[in-house]
Every structure is written in C-alpha cells, then in structure tokens.
Design a protein around this ligand. Structure first.
Ligand SMILES: [Zn+2]
Length: 480
C-alpha cells in the first residue's frame, strides 16, 4: 500500500504525511468573505477541503478543523452600508446562505467556524507581539504595518524574487488587495476613517479594525496551535495572503507555522477565469437551473485532480449529472437484489465479488493516498461497477453479494459524499420479520395453500409492505 502523501506548496513536491500528534490532525481552511453568495469557484475550494478531511477520517484520524468567515473588510462594510444594514446583520445573511450551500453539496460543517469580528482581541494581541518583536510599526497616525524586510524569508513561500520585494514606506499598502505580484509592507491594523462609519474597535494603537491577513494567523493559532498540520486554500491565496500569514505567525512565535500547505487550482467557466467584468460569476443557485441535483457539481469537481483545477461548462455539468444518475441507478439495482428473498449466490460467485471488492478497496486507497488522485479513484470505481453489472446481467449477484457491494459503496461514499443511499434504514428486527413472513408465504404457495398464502399477504399489506413475485423470488419494499 502506498503511504499517504500530499503535494506540499511549501516544498513544491509530494511529501509523505505524518501528523504532529499521532491521532489528531489539525487543519485550517481559508473561508469566504461574507459580503455576497459564494460563487462556484469558492465552493470548489471548500469541496476540496471537505474531500481531504473526509479521506483523513476514513483513514482513521480524528480531526480538529477550522474555517474562518471574514465578516469585516472594505467590501463587507461598503456592501452593508449600501444595503442600510448593520454589518453583523448583513454578513449573517450570507454566512447562513453559505451553510445552506454546504448542506446541498454535502460538505461537512467544520468543527470550528469562526467569525473575524469575534476574535478582535486575539488579533490585537498578535499585532502587539509583532510590534514588540520589531516586525511591525505604527504609521499614518494610527495604522500598523508589517515590515517585510525584517522577515528573512519573506517571498520564499511564494517563490518571489528579491527584486520583486518593495519594502520602503512608499510601497506600503493599507488594504487587502495587491495590484501585482509585488510585495509591499501590508496593513495589520487599519485606522478608522469616515467611510467605516460605525464599524471600529478600540485598541492600543487607536480606533480601527484588523487587516485581512492577521485574522487567519490569529484564529488558526488560537484553535489549533502555533504549529499545526495542514492549511488549505485556493491557489490564488498563496500570494500575498498565505505568504503574509507565514510572515506574521512565524515572526510572532519563532516556530514553523504550518507543515503542509495544500492549494486547489482554479475553476474556470468555459475556459475563462470567472470575473465581474466578463459577467460569468456563477453561484450554486445559478447552476441548479441546469442540473437539478446539486451533488452533480460535487461529482464534477471530484472528477478532476484538485491541483489541476477545473473547466466547468454546462455540458460537463450535464455529463456529471448523467454519470451520477447512472451510479444511482446501479445502487438501486443492487439494493433490489438485496431485498429479493431466495436469491442466493453460488460460493464461486460470492468469492468473485469478494475479490472485486477487496481489489477495488485497495485501488481506492492507493489512488487517494497519492495526493488525493480522485480521477484515478473514480476510473477504478467505474471499472468495478462495469464488472459487477456484468455479473448482475448473468444473474450471479445474490443477496450476499449485493450486501458486500452495497457495504463497499457506502464505505467509500463516506469520502465521495455524492451518492444517496435511498434505501431507508429499516430496523433489523422488522426486516427479519418481513423476510420470515415472505418465506412462509412462499412455502404455502409451493403447497398450493392459497388461503394461508393470502392471509400472510394481507398481513404484509397491514405492515405497509409491498411485494412483487418474479421468477420464483419475491421482492419487497416499504410503501412510501
Ligand atoms: Zn486565510
């Protein structure tokens, strides 16, 4: 079995993964700025983080996972003012909308989902530490900046050359947007100005609010540790955001901040970058007009390798939707066999299915251990389905085989998360009772004792069970 390895942006190669603490992995994911609905590019990054976490759990680890919500910055303040709403009310609406999207996409909610505005004191404390350590300075009568020339390795993480670093006062910026790939002293605490209105906090540096980068350093270290295992985000966060997180955290603690940095590639629409000017920013609601099942988007995202990014088109969405339907249909077919009384496999067939399942499980783990190679894992899965379908056509999958197949699919769906097992979980005793009754009824039928056979049938109807007789075997289901 291949050992678990991830492509680490820190080293620019695949590194074998070992957690710092044996059984608990600590993960931080950069979350959204909650001033609008999440677009599908954002969502693809959260889907990637969800896949990673699900696979780590599947591999036997426990997790502490954190995601931030940026609920104060230029954009949120401006949008809340334009809508005449207090900042908190405005951002709450969009953080709730995000959670609805999570639900639709079957993204497991992070254990800690933290708002920047609820951690201002931690940020002030961290900024104070950076001032004390000589990495930050006050300027402009109340703002605080990070002095990048003081941090020896500034630019290394983003692979920026020294001549791209501008670190004199003229190159200072006081918002969160960098115009080019050029590094400048960045703001840690932004002093209050008129256009901030009611939004400010008091601090030893004067009234104002934190910059974007400091929020992730402060919250990740609060909930995880000064050094933690994995940090995820979209690839466009490498610079400046993640470079700045490293500079802040390591200058404050003197320790390595994060061991593994995993970045998700871009999502493009019809081969173009999503942008306001092109008018091609799509939300989950937008694409649901094309595909009824939102999990088809989850499926589509997982068909390409996370580092590669994804070109999303309506055609590819439709194709994903069709593939997912085929998979659902397959599960229905196997579930039906699972409830066919009297459908027994030969020992030979059971062994064959067992080998298929075991090999598929091994293939799945090998593919996923190799930097979450979902395209490979998915191709293997479809190969498995093809083999099983052939067996079903030959009538070689009985109850035992169907159970094995369903168990396996349910197991790997803990990681995929795009399949619905509509077979309702029926209480085991209830199920046994139904199967006993059907068996008895079939015995009566064989003896031409129709009166007793019908009596049992009535009883099953009373129990809300529908039965269908087919070639000597009987299928049943609970009436919906
Ligand atoms: Zn962040």
């Amino acid at each position: 079995m291949l050992m678990l390895q991830f492509y680490n942006t820190l080293t620019r190669k695949k590194d074998f993964f070992q957690p710092i603490n044996k059984n608990i992995i600590k993960i931080y994911s950069c979350g959204p700025t909650v001033y609008n609905y999440a677009h599908i590019g954002n969502l693809s990054a959260y889907l990637f983080a969800d896949l990673l976490k699900r696979y780590l759990r599947y591999s036997g680890y426990k997790l502490i996972d954190v995601m931030n919500l940026t609920d104060v910055d230029d954009k949120t303040i401006k949008a809340s003012q334009e809508n005449n709403q207090p900042l908190r009310q405005y951002t709450s609406f969009f953080s709730n909308a995000l959670l609805e999207d999570f639900e639709k996409l079957n993204i497991i909610r992070p254990k800690v989902l933290c708002r920047a505005t609820e951690h201002i004191s931690e940020m002030i404390e961290l900024i104070q530490k950076l001032i004390n350590n000589g990495y930050a300075y006050k300027a402009d009568g109340g703002s605080v900046y990070y002095k990048i020339s003081r941090f020896k390795d500034y630019g290394k993480f983003a692979r920026l050359k020294k001549d791209q670093l501008k670190n004199d006062v003229s190159g200072r910026i006081n918002n969160d947007e960098y115009k080019k790939e050029e590094a400048t002293d960045f703001v840690l605490w932004k002093k209050w100005s008129n256009k901030d209105g009611e939004v400010y906090w008091d601090s030893p540096f004067g009234k104002g609010r934190p910059g974007w980068h400091i929020e992730c350093s402060a919250m990740s270290m609060k909930y995880l540790d000064e050094t933690f295992d994995i940090h995820t985000g979209a690839v466009d966060l490498i610079f400046p955001h993640h470079q700045n997180e490293i500079a802040q955290s390591e200058a404050a603690t003197g320790k390595q901040f994060v061991r593994f940095w995993l970045h998700r590639g871009f999502l493009k629409i019809n081969s173009e970058k999503m942008s306001k000017s092109l008018g091609n920013i799509y939300t989950l609601k937008d694409i649901q007009k094309e595909i009824s099942n939102p999990l088809a988007f989850r499926y589509l995202v997982l068909t390409s390798h996370y580092r590669r990014g994804l070109n999303c088109t309506f055609k590819s969405l439709k194709m994903a939707s069709n593939s997912l339907n085929r998979l659902q249909h397959f599960i229905k077919r196997i579930s039906e066999i699972n409830s066919e009384i009297g459908n027994v496999n030969s020992k030979e067939d059971i062994n064959k299915i067992k080998v298929y399942v075991e090999n598929s499980k091994k293939n799945f783990r090998n593919a996923m251990n190799d930097d979450l190679n979902t395209p490979k894992a998915m191709a293997d899965l479809f190969d498995f389905l093809k083999k099983i379908n052939r067996l079903v056509d030959e009538n070689k999958v009985g109850i035992k085989g169907a159970k094995m197949i369903l168990n396996f699919l349910q197991e790997i769906n803990q990681v995929w998360g795009f399949v619905k097992f509509s077979v309702e979980k029926i209480d085991k005793d209830f199920k046994n009772k139904i199967e006993d009754l059907i068996k008895k009824r079939n015995e009566y039928r064989l003896k031409n004792d129709w009166a007793n056979a019908d009596r049992i049938r009535e009883k099953l109807i009373e129990m809300n069970v529908v039965i269908r007789d087919n070639n000597g075997s009987t299928k049943w289901e609970i009436k919906k």
